[in-house]
Design a protein around this ligand. Structure first.
Ligand SMILES: C[S@@+](CC[C@H](N)C(=O)[O-])C[C@H]1O[C@@H](n2cnc3c(N)ncnc32)[C@H](O)[C@@H]1O
Length: 368
C-alpha cells in the first residue's frame, strides 16, 4: 500500500504545497522504525533484568523453551521476546530448527558486564528517561528544571552502567597517562577529587590502580554518595577513598593534585563556579581532568547516533538538572570543546589541551 496524495498548505503563505510522497513514505518508515526501536528498548531492559541475554551468552542455538528453562522464565513470554530480538537483529533466528542464537559479538555487548563494549546495563537509563518524560514535557512550558535526585532511581544505576565500561577500559590505561606528569604523581601518592562522582565508578577504578593516593568523591546527591561508599568497600579500596555530599561550587580546599569531572560538569547549573572552586582547591601545579561526552562544536557536527543519544539524554536529564540549579549557563551533554574551553577560561584556566578522546568521550587537561 502506498500513499496517493496528501493535501497541505504552506502555513506561512497559505499556498497549496506539493509534497514529495516518496520522501514522506521514506520518512514515515524511518519514524515507524524508531518507534519500534523505542518499544524494543523495553525488551532490552527485560532481557537484562530477567537474565535472558545471560542465558544465551554461550552462543548456542536454543529454542524458546530452552532459553526459558535456563532463565527460569515463562516460555510463552520468551518466545514473543525472542521474536522482538530477532526482528531487531539482536539474536539470529534459524527457521529450519526454530532456534535462536546470540552471536558472541552480541554477547559482548549484552551479556558480559566486564566487556568494554557492554551496554545492557544502560537500559535502566532508558527506563528512567521515559519515567521523566511527562514531567519534562510540562517543564518545557514552565521553564522549570528537574533536579538529578528527583529522577527515577534507575537513572543512577543506568548512568553508572553506561559509563563504567569506558572508565574501566580507558581511565587508568589511557586518560591518566595522557596528562602531563599526573601518572607519576598518583603512583608516588597524591590527593585526588572526583567531582559529581555519582556511584563512584571512576573513583574506585582510580583507587584500584594507585594504592599510595587518596581519592575524594563529591556529589550533591546523598543516595549516590551512600552507594559510592558501598562500591568502594566492595572493591576493597575503602581505605584510600572517602565520599562526601558536596556541591561542586563548594569543594573543600584540600590542595588536590588532580581534580576530575567525569561526565558531570555539563549537568551543573553553574559550570564556571564549579571550575573556580576546582581551581581554588588545586595545589599551585595541580591539574583538572575534564571528561565530557564526545561532541563537535556545531550542532551539524553532532548529528550522529552518539549525538542523538546524548542530545536526548541531555534534554530530559542534564539540561533539566542545569536549569534546576540556576542556569548560568547550562552546557548540556553536547557542548563541544570550544564551549568547554570557554568556561575553563572564565574560571581562570590558561593552559588547556585535548589529551585524549574515544567515540563517547573528550578528555581535556586544564591547568591554572
Ligand atoms: C551524569 S552523572 C555522572 C556521575 C558519575 N561521574 C559517572 O560518570 O558515573 C552527573 C552527576 O553529577 C552530580 N551533580 C550534578 N550537579 C552537581 C553539583 N552542582 N554539585 C555536585 N554534584 C552534582 C549528579 O548528582 C550526578 O551524580
Amino acid at each position: 500500500m502506498s500513499i496517493d496524495s496528501i493535501d497541505t498548505t504552506n502555513q506561512h503563505t497559505d499556498a497549496p504545497t506539493t509534497l514529495d510522497l516518496d520522501r514522506v513514505e521514506a520518512f514515515a518508515g524511518q519514524v515507524a522504525g524508531d518507534i519500534g526501536t523505542v518499544f524494543a528498548g523495553a525488551t532490552v531492559y527485560i532481557g537484562h533484568h530477567a537474565g535472558l541475554y545471560t542465558a544465551m551468552a554461550d552462543g548456542g542455538a536454543l529454542t524458546p523453551e530452552e532459553v526459558a528453562d535456563r532463565a527460569g522464565a515463562h516460555p510463552r513470554y520468551v518466545r514473543e521476546w525472542l521474536g522482538a530480538q530477532a526482528a531487531g537483529g539482536y539474536v539470529e533466528y534459524e527457521p529450519a530448527s526454530g532456534a535462536y542464537r546470540l552471536p558472541p559479538e552480541h554477547a559482548a555487548v549484552l551479556a558480559d558486564p566486564m566487556s568494554p563494549a557492554y551496554l545492557a546495563g544502560a537500559s535502566d537509563g532508558m527506563a528512567a528517561i521515559w519515567a521523566a518524560a511527562e514531567r519534562v514535557a510540562t517543564d518545557f512550558t514552565l521553564g522549570e528544571g528537574v533536579p538529578w535526585h528527583e529522577h527515577d532511581p534507575r537513572l543512577f544505576s543506568g548512568t553508572e552502567e553506561l559509563f563504567r565500561p569506558s572508565y574501566q577500559t580507558f581511565l587508568t590505561s589511557e586518560w591518566i597517562p595522557s596528562l602531563e606528569g599526573v601518572e607519576d604523581r598518583l603512583t608516588a601518592g597524591a590527593r585526588v577529587a572526583d567531582v559529581g562522582c555519582g556511584h563512584g565508578v571512576s573513583t574506585v577504578v582510580m583507587a584500584g590502580s594507585f594504592a599510595a593516593s587518596h581519592f575524594h568523591g563529591y556529589d550533591a546527591h546523598d543516595a549516590s554518595i551512600s552507594t559510592a561508599r558501598r562500591r568502594a568497600a566492595d572493591a576493597g579500596v575503602g581505605d584510600r577513598t572517602s565520599f562526601e555530599v558536596a556541591l561542586a561550587t563548594k569543594l573543600p580546599d584540600l590542595g588536590f593534585d588532580l581534580v576530575c569531572f567525569f561526565d558531570s560538569l555539563h549537568d551543573m547549573g553553574d559550570p564556571v563556579g564549579a571550575l573556580v572552586s576546582a581551581r581554588e582547591a588545586l595545589t599551585s601545579d595541580g591539574t583538572v581532568m575534564l571528561i565530557e561526552p564526545f561532541a563537535g562544536d556545531g550542532v551539524e557536527d553532532n548529528l550522529t547516533p552518539v549525538g542523538r543519544l546524548y542530545y536526548a539524554a541531555s534534554t530530559l536529564v542534564c539540561t533539566a538538572n542545569g536549569i534546576a540549579q540556576g542556569n548560568r549557563p547550562v552546557l548540556g551533554a553536547q557542548a563541544g570543546e570550544a564551549a568547554l574551553r570557554d568556561v575553563l577560561a572564565q574560571a581562570g584556566f590558561t593552559r588547556v589541551r585535548r589529551s585524549a578522546e574515544t567515540p563517547f568521550n573528550l578528555v581535556l587537561e586544564a591547568r591554572p
